[in-house]
Design a protein around this ligand. Structure first.
Ligand code: SN0
Length: 315
């Protein structure tokens, strides 16, 4: 694997989940693979889990890790081709990425969407330029439209916890105070549509995701109906795709509480974190037995380790 940017880069989903679970059983078995190899983690946006879990995964594999908080510590990046750089940007992504590629064997990059220009965000302009100019294998640490390491960890978590062969998985929109990317729900939907699960998406009218991420998913505006018989509930806010990046008024009653779980099949509640307590998810869920958010975060290590291991074996 030379690129991990979406589920489409994964030739065999089950094999990758199995690999992640094998890493969890035996974290240090492949230390030889990473010896004298360097992972660079480049952040254009904040991170807690992605940074720590991917670093931990690389250390488990015997790699060296270097981290650059480009947004805070790097030069201001120019992204436009042909720009006359007489303003505030100092270094073009062409040079920055190419130089980082000289120091690293594998690079991870995080680049959130601007949520202003849909075409630019959905063309993955920043991520794709970085891939093009760095010249080494790249792992997405969340791009404008996807968060594949999160989605792999989510599938690992579902695989570990499921009590029926084909669980019912519900992605439900949650309220928030600001406009968030569609990356996490897009990506989760894309992975669930390929996994062996019965997948439903519930959201208020107006929050339809780009349908290229949801082929075959059942989609409803009725949250209670969607939750009937659910084995897993994946809670996430996202801003509208149309009008792009907007928060629509109302829908505060979409916050999940323990009471809403009564109609489920003892559902486990998932969230990628960070979570706004009592806005997206009630305290009673996060502090109760249904929540699996900490296990889900722990599984980020094994997801990242499986992906890095695949990449190391091809370089
Ligand atoms: C990001 C998102 O894509 O939704 C990262 C999730 C892994 N979340 C946020 O930016 C949350 C920001 C906030 O103010 O709650």
């Amino acid at each position: 694997m030379k690129l991990f940017s979406s589920v489409h880069d994964v030739p065999d989903l089950n094999a990758l989940v199995t690999e992640a679970l094998a890493c969890k059983q035996n974290p240090f078995a492949a230390q030889h693979l990473g010896k004298n190899k360097t992972l660079g983690l480049v952040f254009l946006n904040p991170s807690l889990r992605t940074r720590m879990s991917t670093q931990k995964a690389a250390l488990n594999l015997g790699m060296n890790v270097m981290i650059l908080n480009m947004d805070k510590e790097g030069w201001a990046l120019e992204l436009q081709d042909g720009a006359t750089m007489n303003g505030s940007t100092v270094e073009h992504i062409r040079e920055a990425a190419a130089v980082l590629g000289q120091y690293c064997d594998i690079i991870g990059i995080r680049s959130f969407p601007g949520l202003k220009n849909r075409e630019e965000d959905y063309s993955e302009a920043v991520f794709n330029k970085f891939v093009k100019y760095c010249g080494v294998p790249v792992v997405s640490l969340e791009s404008a439209t996807r968060h594949p390491l999160q989605s792999l960890a989510d599938l690992v978590t579902i695989t570990e916890l499921k009590t029926v062969a084909r669980p019912k998985v519900v992605l439900t929109w949650a309220p928030h105070v600001k406009a968030l990317p569609q990356a996490v729900p897009n990506s989760f939907a894309e992975w669930m549509c390929k996994a062996d699960v019965d997948f439903t998406i519930a959201h208020p009218a107006g929050y339809e995701l780009n349908e290229s991420f949801t082929p075959g998913a059942a989609i409803t505006h009725n949250q209670d109906e969607a939750l009937q018989g659910a084995d897993f509930i994946y809670v996430k806010n996202w801003s509208a795709y149309e009008p792009y990046g907007r928060v629509l008024p109302g829908n505060e009653d979409w916050m999940l509480t323990n009471g809403r779980l009564a109609v489920t099949h003892k559902a486990k509640v998932m969230h990628c974190l960070p979570v706004r307590r009592n806005v997206e998810l009630a305290d009673d869920i996060l502090d109760g037995p249904a929540s699996v958010v900490i296990l889900e975060a722990a599984n980020r290590v094994w997801a990242a380790q499986a992906v890095l291991k695949e990449m190391l074996s091809t370089i």
